[in-house]
Design a protein around this ligand. Structure first.
Ligand SMILES: Cc1cc2nc3c(=O)[nH]c(=O)nc-3n(C[C@H](O)[C@H](O)[C@H](O)COP(=O)(O)OP(=O)(O)OC[C@H]3O[C@@H](n4cnc5c(N)ncnc54)[C@H](O)[C@@H]3O)c2cc1C
Length: 365
């Protein structure tokens, strides 16, 4: 089967490696000039690591990252424990994104990844899909996968009217910085005042990631560092997190990533007869549950298993779509519940409920 994957991000590359396992002849089309990943560190839960084990890179990915304990504190530094949940519901592997994508690209095979390849659309021609590139080139495939992120071209064609929308007022700031100024343990996560969450986490021996998110960030004034610092003060009552404030103040402006959070609306369909959406292209949602990428890697496992079990591609895609739409209805409910939590204690409780649910119901594929 000739399979073209649009997008060489986390999920596109994982899907390429996963479908390679079942004999697909895969081509990844990535618009960027290099395999790279915007972002600092990404938390990968065990359900994602299982798919990485399958494609043979589990050990390499674990060696890149650091196990993080995601229990929270309130803004005054009091630890919050969610009743009824234990450490396994709170542990993920934090991995530097650029290094992760390099491991993935090597697993796919560099000769299977075409860079500077911007996809402008596709047409269906009998049993084939013709993929159109912005430079006028065309590629014929038996299966087209849109792993092209929240602003997906493939989704625009498959599900017209499904443009991603800004999650009003919701912003995230983060940066990778040299480790050194943190408390022992290297990871502190805080749910603060005014719907702000953040802290820092040790990504690897020498690197720490700080992050600040706010749901209703209000008007943004000043540079990125000042904007992040203004919000980080909501996490730093009475000296708790002076270390975070120092870390942000010392970060060069150009090293700070700032995102307006975008939402992909719930879709009626993720697939056509020979086209499928995967990852953020299908379900981009808020990062406050730290699991969008993990769930995209899960998508890849379910797609692989569906195509492996069902020889009729259209039926296999429907099987994949049914399983993933049902799973994401629940993800969206959990995500909204965490977002609407009244205070730090409720946030921590609902976050634990989400991670416990995600881990205990993850598909065994
Ligand atoms: C602040 C923040 C923190 C997060 N933290 C976590 C976390 O801790 N854990 C977690 O699991 N998830 C996390 N997420 C979510 C996670 O980052 C995303 O779900 C994940 O990166 C999606 O991967 P993707 O490959 O689907 O899309 P993307 O990473 O967006 O990749 C899409 C790729 O497609 C390419 N592309 C787009 N259009 C075209 C085109 N027309 N032609 C060719 N190529 C194209 C792009 O260049 C890009 O390389 C976080 C998100 C944010 C914003």
């Amino acid at each position: 089967m000739r399979t073209v994957i649009v997008g060489g991000g986390l999920v596109g590359l994982t899907t390429a490696a996963s479908l390679g396992l079942i004999g697909h002849e895969v081509t990844v089309l990535e618009q960027a000039p290099a395999v790279r990943a915007a972002g600092a560190g990404i938390g990968l839960w065990p359900n994602a690591l299982r798919e990485f084990d399958r494609i043979g890179i589990g050990a390499a990915v674990r060696a890149l990252g650091n196990g993080i304990d995601t229990w929270f504190h309130d803004a005054a530094g009091r630890p919050i424990r969610a009743d009824g949940y234990d450490a396994s519901d709170h542990r993920f592997l934090l991995v530097p994104r650029p290094a992760l994508n390099i491991v993935l690209a090597d697993a796919v095979g560099r000769d299977r990844i075409r860079l500077d390849a911007h996809v402008s659309g596709y047409t269906e021609d009998g049993p084939e899909v013709v993929v159109h590139l912005a430079d006028g080139a065309e590629l014929r495939a038996d299966l087209l996968i849109g792993a092209d992120g929240v602003h997906s071209r493939v989704r625009a064609q498959l599900a017209p009217g499904s443009e991603a929308a800004p999650h009003a007022g919701h912003y995230a700031w983060r940066a990778l910085v040299p480790a050194g100024d943190e408390r022992p343990g290297g990871t502190v996560l805080t749910v603060g005042r005014d719907r702000t969450r953040g802290g820092y986490a040790r990504v690897s021996d020498g690197q720490t990631m700080w992050m600040v998110n706010q749901f209703e960030a209000g008007p943004l004034t000043g540079g990125k560092r000042d904007r992040a610092l203004d919000r980080a003060r909501n996490l730093a009552e009475a000296g708790w997190h002076d270390d975070l404030l120092r870390m942000i103040a010392d970060t060069p402006e150009e090293a700070i990533l700032e995102n307006q959070i975008m939402f992909v609306p719930p879709l009626q369909r993720w697939t056509g007869e020979r086209v499928a959406l995967i990852g953020d292209a299908a379900h981009g949602l808020s990062p406050h549950i730290s699991a969008g990428g993990t769930l995209g890697v899960e998508d890849a496992g379910v797609l692989r298993a569906s195509l492996d079990a069902e020889p009729d591609t259209a039926k296999a895609l429907l099987r994949y779509e049914a399983a993933r739409i049902a799973r994401f209805e629940e993800v969206r409910e959990h995500s909204a519940a965490v977002e609407l939590a009244a205070d730090a204690a409720e946030f921590a409780q609902r976050y634990a409920a989400f991670s416990h649910w995600m881990l205990t119901t993850a598909p065994a594929v």
